[in-house]
Structures are given as C-alpha cells and as structure tokens.
Design a protein around this ligand. Structure first.
Ligand code: BTN
Length: 260
C-alpha cells in the first residue's frame, strides 16, 4: 500500500493564518530516535523559540513511564512541539489530549472518543493516541503519537489499541490529520498560556472514561482503589475512596477495574 509522506505544503493548508509564522520553524525528518528527544536537546541552545518537529519514523520513540512508543515508518503521526511555557505546566498534558480529540472530531470521528487521565486518548476503549510532555528549564516539549494507519501486527504494544484507518475503514489522509492536529495544538497552547487549564476542564469531564467508574491508581508509593471523580481545576485526578474520602493525585497510572 502506498504511504502518504508528510508534506509541509499540504500540512500548511490546515493551519490558520494566525499560526502560519510558526511554520517557519517546522522540520520534518524521515527518521529520528525521538522527536521529543530531538527538541529537548535543541531546547538547551534555543531561547524564545517555538519549534515543530515531525518524523516519519522513530527508532527510540518514548512513551510515558519509560515505555517504548512503537513508531514504524510512514504509518502514523509522531509530532513534538517545543514551547516556552510561562504557566504552571501541570495541566498541559490534559489540554493537549483534548486537542487530539478535537482533531479527530474535525476529521469526522465524533463518537466513542474518551480520555483517560492524564493524557491517553481512546476510541471504543482502545488507545489511539498518547502524549508525553517533557519539561526542560522554561520550555515544554509536547510530544503526540497518533495512530493513523498502523500496519504492524504487533505484540509489542501492551494494551488494546486502534488507528484512524480502523475507525474509518479506509486509508486516512495523513497530511490532513497532521495539519488539523498541529493547528489544534497551537490553538490549545495559546489558550493554555492565557487561561491555564480552566477552559478545558468541562470538556475533560465530558470525555473522562473513568468518571464514576471503579478504578485503581498506581503511584510510585502505593496502589489505591476507588471511584473516579474527574479532575480539579489544576488537572489533578480525584478519587473517591471506599470510606468516602476524596483524594487528589498529581501523578500516577489509572486503570479501570473490571468489577462494577
Ligand atoms: C504514551 O502514551 O505513553 C505517550 C506516547 C507519546 C509518543 C509521542 S510520538 C512523538 C513524541 N516523541 C516521542 O518519543 N514520544 C512522543
């Protein structure tokens, strides 16, 4: 099957004119170890610059919690954005996850999309995108992996996953998706810079896959069961415990319990 390679000209068509100046600092690679690593390195020498980086393939793609992000050539979108953050970045990953859901909506995928704290995007309970935020000095690197047309019949991915191709049952237009995603992300970053997480909280609560459900949260120190209560204004995960206490978590891994 022919692979649609990323093309700056086509991507630009989906970027609002107010964001066009950011495209001056956009690079597209055939292969990188990781778009996030590339930008975190670059951040050490750049000041006040926004840089956009796509790669067709990552040989050492990074997931959260030290996991690998499987990144075969040409099949998916691997995007990172270097951004000078002037706000408390704790809610940035949640806001970025919402930008992925908006992108899918604009592409015509409107149903069955959900979010799992802090930043997993699901379609029908299968993961379609992941986000890795890395902070260096006063910069944030926002990395997004979106499964577009993953062909791998892979056991390497530990959890149920899906791709845009599987949802629409056709080969997606990768450049259109990349452009829509980048545009949404830039929009989100500017909104976050101005208002923080606040304008995103309502949308999060609507899409939260764990809200009202039995969950287990695993942190570095402990594992606690309870019911998901959504997030607070700072983006912390709220858990109602069996003895009706509300606990807040700034970090951790949430999984849904099978029992009701
Ligand atoms: C996760 O869900 O574990 C986060 C996955 C993040 C993957 C993206 S792909 C682009 C960027 N570069 C990386 O190495 N990782 C992020």
């Amino acid at each position: 099957m022919a692979i649609e390679l990323l093309d700056k000209k086509i991507i630009s068509q989906y970027i609002a004119s107010k964001h066009h100046h950011y495209l001056e600092n956009m690079v597209i690679f055939d292969q990188l170890p990781s778009t996030n690593t590339f930008l975190t390195e670059l951040a050490k020498t750049q000041n006040n610059t926004t840089i956009i980086c796509f790669s067709e393939e990552q040989t050492a793609g990074k997931g959260r919690l030290g996991r690998q992000w499987i990144s075969p050539f040409g099949q998916n979108i691997y995007l990172s954005l270097l951004w000078q953050s002037t706000r408390d970045p704790s809610g940035l990953s949640l806001a970025s996850a919402i930008s992925v859901t908006e992108t899918l909506n604009h592409y015509g995928i409107k149903n069955d999309i959900a979010l799992k704290w802090p930043n997993d995007v699901f379609w029908q309970n299968r993961k379609i995108a992941g986000i890795l935020i890395e902070l260096t000095g006063n910069h944030a690197v926002v990395g997004i992996g979106l499964n577009v047309n993953m062909q791998l019949d892979t056991d390497l991915i530990e959890q149920p996953w899906c791709s845009v191709a599987q949802i629409i049952n056709a080969v997606p237009k990768k450049n259109q998706l990349a452009g829509l995603l980048l545009n949404e992300l830039l929009e989100t970053m500017l909104k976050y810079q101005q208002h923080g997480l606040k304008p995103f909280v309502k949308k999060w609560q609507q899409l939260d896959i764990t809200r009202g459900k039995k969950v287990v949260i695993t942190t570095q120190k402990t594992k606690i069961s309870g019911r998901g209560l959504g997030i607070n204004d700072k983006g912390y995960f709220l858990l109602s415990t069996a003895d009706n206490k509300v606990m807040q978590f700034i970090a951790g891994e949430v999984s849904l319990s099978l029992s009701k």
